[in-house]
Design a protein around this ligand. Structure first.
Ligand code: AKG
Ligand code: FE2
Length: 361
């Protein structure tokens, strides 16, 4: 069967054997399913994550309360460029630049976002840099902080559980990633895709969030079921993806690609929310990026480099990779080192366009 004729499915993996505890055989089955999912699609629907429904409801309510404020109120929570915290208004980022690809219209991603993450003060015993682990800026919105912190703690737990499954799936000791992620640079980005009616220019190059790969180890994504998220499948074309009931989406970031020497790949994705009767259908998502300790060196795992072969990438620290990617998305500097990510975007884009010389067929 050719790659073109394989139907695109995002595999579903139930991780309860690791969340609630299971037998060795159950955990081995989960790790095997994870390996197949990560080697083929790089996006996974996970069930059995154990996040209580009220925590997810609190997250949705908090996101609605924050983004429901007037733009001017939200802008109070804007932090200086380069600080990955606080409010990011629409059109302040261009994700495709992070991946080393020029977008047709720079800084045209219309999502607005609010970011929180791990702070130096969370680790008083370590001498962490405030620049790398900046302090959060909490908005004065009733109930927002406790609700968002409750979900953040759950997402962090799920991300760490995933790294244990990954270690088993890759033939490494289960706790291999623990010392590399004990003060992980984690960021949680709450995304709101909406534009006031009067600002929607349907002739423009309207992008919810430009094509990109995530930067870190793994992303745990809560999203509502409004369509918009698209993922490049093994056939090189874009496919719509929405979470099934009760599931979180999980996708691998570039660091996992480096650790696994491309046995697993960070998967390209973008967001194009539907436009119905001239208005954008509002869509929300919350991405928890688990990126690893800033100074952790990312070098191919020994189980992922066949005997006699060289690793595909030179060692790099977590912070070096994240800094280069953020310079792309935030400051408009093309990340020339994005390598295979840029090549994959260009290939996917080309395939999606009709051939130039085809007319009227
Ligand atoms: O909105 C989504 O579903 C995806 C968001 C995303 O890709 C990101 O924040 O990196
Ligand atoms: Fe993403």
């Amino acid at each position: 069967m050719s790659a073109q004729s394989i139907p695109f499915v995002v595999p579903v993996v139930d991780i309860s054997a690791y969340v609630r505890g299971g037998t060795d055989a159950e955990r081995a089955a989960t790790a095997g399913a994870m390996d197949r999912a990560c080697s083929s699609v790089g996006f996974i629907q996970i069930l059995g994550h154990g996040i209580p429904d009220p925590v997810i409801q609190g997250l949705k309510d908090g996101v609605d309360a924050f983004f429901g404020q007037p733009l001017e109120a939200k802008k109070e929570y804007r932090l200086p460029a380069g600080v990955n915290r606080g409010y990011a208004p629409p059109k302040s980022e261009s994700l495709s630049l992070s991946a080393g690809v020029e977008s047709a219209s720079r800084m045209n991603d219309f999502f607005e976002a609010f970011n929180i993450g791990s702070q130096a003060s969370d680790f008083p015993d370590l001498d962490l840099s405030e620049a790398e682990y900046p302090a959060n800026a909490w908005p004065a919105v009733d109930g927002f902080r406790p609700a968002i912190e409750a979900y953040y703690a759950e997402a962090a737990r799920v991300a760490r559980t995933l790294t244990r499954i990954f270690a088993d799936a890759l033939g490494m000791p289960t706790e291999h990633f623990a010392p590399l992620t004990d003060h992980s640079l984690d960021v949680m980005r709450m995304n709101n895709y909406a534009l006031p009616e009067s600002t929607v220019d349907l002739d423009g190059d309207l992008t919810g969030m430009g094509e990109h790969t995530d930067y870190g180890i793994v992303t745990v994504l809560w999203a509502d079921q409004v369509p918009g998220l698209q993922v490049v499948g093994p056939d090189g074309t874009w496919h719509d993806v929405a979470p099934i009931d009760g599931a979180l989406l999980v996708n691998l970031g570039d660091i996992m690609g480096r650790w696994t020497n491309d046995r697993w790949m960070s998967t390209l994705h973008r967001v194009k929310p539907p436009i119905i009767n001239g208005t954008i259908r509002r869509r929300r998502s919350v991405a928890f990026f688990h990126d690893g300790n800033a100074e952790a060196v990312v070098d191919a795992l020994p189980t992922c480099v066949p005997a006699g072969e060289e690793p595909h990438y030179a060692p790099m620290t977590v912070i070096e990779n994240i800094t280069a990617k953020l310079a792309g998305s935030r400051n408009g500097q093309l990340y020339a080192g994005a390598g295979s990510v840029a090549a994959r975007i260009l290939a996917a884009t080309d395939r999606a366009k009709p051939p130039a010389n085809r007319r009227g067929t």
